[in-house]
Ligand binder design. Structure first.
Ligand SMILES: Cc1ncc(COP(=O)(O)O)c(C=O)c1O
Length: 379
């Protein structure tokens, strides 16, 4: 049977994630993988979850398994509100920040509307923008015409994939541009609390609360399996997000929200975060030292102050998409950097994750990757 005629027009614009396709091809445990964005499983607080689960079920019983409010559990919104100093009316719980990105796009962008993004940018966000048939533009190709821009999407802290952070001047300049041309800002901050060096920079939300939707998540500071995040924004915007979420999932998962509220509110999150930061700082430093030791001349990379990724640039003419199968056969995986550019350019770049692989396996992995690069000739 042919199914084509049944699909909506949106389906034609769906973008398949090359990263997820890579994961289908290989068993991550059998190779040196710098490809995914997975946290180190050692940071998952299994004992805390066991203890808190029992407490929550004792305290709330069936309530913890019932449907709940679409805005999210009051207890969790209160804890998030207190932690980040944002009034509770401006806090919406999301079923992950990926959903937050998707809901923002659905609520704000019609087909043909411009979504402005940095390049490179997060692939999952590009997937959402494309699926609603938004016209995705970068700062490089927007020129002076901001008239059709509905919102600008940025990841200001330790960006995925580049690892770079916007300084205060850049954040203020973006806010000034948004005010001048009257567009909104979606600020995606999954890595903000994973800082290993340098000083925190104020959020864009704190600079322009009237026109910013700020996205946070438990994925990198608790466990991604919970699929829980949050959104801050003006009440009028959150009201539309709220109605949109009614049709998406009615409410975020209740038991998960009780656990997250207890984990964050009791101080267990901060204790766990301290350990995670120490672990990841060591991994980042190790990764930077290994790149220095093994990479051939002409290869450069970013020096992130936090997060899970750094971005490598090979000399002009190298093609990391073409090189990928050879790397995989040799036993090492990365994500080609061009996947993070809306136009597929910058084929001489790659994203490397430093959080997932065991510290002891980093050295043979980077040595192998450097060998693969050395053996490749530019096109
Ligand atoms: C920039 C960015 N936004 C959002 C997400 C999705 O996070 P979540 O697990 O909360 O959906 C990721 C995950 O890697 C990310 O890198």
């Amino acid at each position: 049977m042919k199914y084509d005629k049944f699909f909506s027009a949106d389906v034609g614009s769906f973008l398949r994630s090359p990263v997820r396709e890579i994961f289908k091809k290989v068993d991550l445990a059998s190779i040196y993988s710098f490809a995914g964005g997975y946290p180190d499983a050692a940071t998952f607080p299994i004992d805390d979850v066991r203890r808190i689960s029992a407490q929550v079920l004792d305290r709330y019983g069936a309530k913890a398994l019932q449907y709940g409010a679409t805005q999210g559990l009051t207890e969790l919104r209160e804890v998030i509100s207190a932690r980040y100093g944002v009034p509770m009316e401006r806090v919406q719980i999301t079923t992950s920040s990926q959903q937050g990105i998707d809901v923002c796009t659905r609520v704000l962008a019609d087909p043909g509307d411009v979504v402005l993004t940095s390049a490179p940018t997060y692939l999952g966000a590009l997937q959402s923008f494309r699926s609603y048939r938004a016209d995705v533009r970068t700062f490089e190709d927007i020129g002076d015409d901001f008239s059709k821009v509905k919102f600008c999407y940025v990841i200001p802290d330790f960006q995925n994939p580049s690892g770079e952070t916007m300084d205060l001047e850049q954040r203020e300049a973006l806010v000034a541009l948004a005010r001048e041309h009257d567009f909104l800002i979606v600020e995606d901050c999954p890595y903000r609390e994973l800082r290993y060096s340098g000083e925190p920079v104020p959020t864009i939300y704190s600079l322009a609360p009237e026109r910013t939707l700020h996205l946070g998540t438990f994925s990198k500071v608790f466990a991604p399996g919970f699929r829980l995040g949050w959104m801050f924004g003006p009440e009028e915007l959150l009201d539309k997000v709220y109605v949109c979420k009614q049709s998406l999932d009615l409410c975020p998962p209740i038991l998960d929200q009780y656990l997250a509220a207890e984990f964050m509110g009791s101080g267990a999150l901060d204790a766990n975060l301290q350990k995670s930061i120490a672990l990841y700082r060591g991994k980042r430093d190790k990764m930077l030292a290994l790149l220095e030791k093994y990479m051939p001349a002409g290869v450069s990379w970013t020096h992130p102050e936090g997060g899970l990724f750094l971005f490598v640039t090979l000399p002009e003419g190298f093609d990391t998409v073409a090189l990928y199968d050879r790397a995989l056969t040799a036993g090492v995986a990365y994500v080609a950097g061009s996947f993070f550019y809306p136009d597929g350019s910058h084929r001489n770049t790659m994203r490397l994750n430093f959080s997932f692989l065991d510290t002891a396996r980093m050295e043979p992995g980077i040595r192998l990757l450097a060998d693969v690069i050395r053996s490749a000739s530019p096109l």
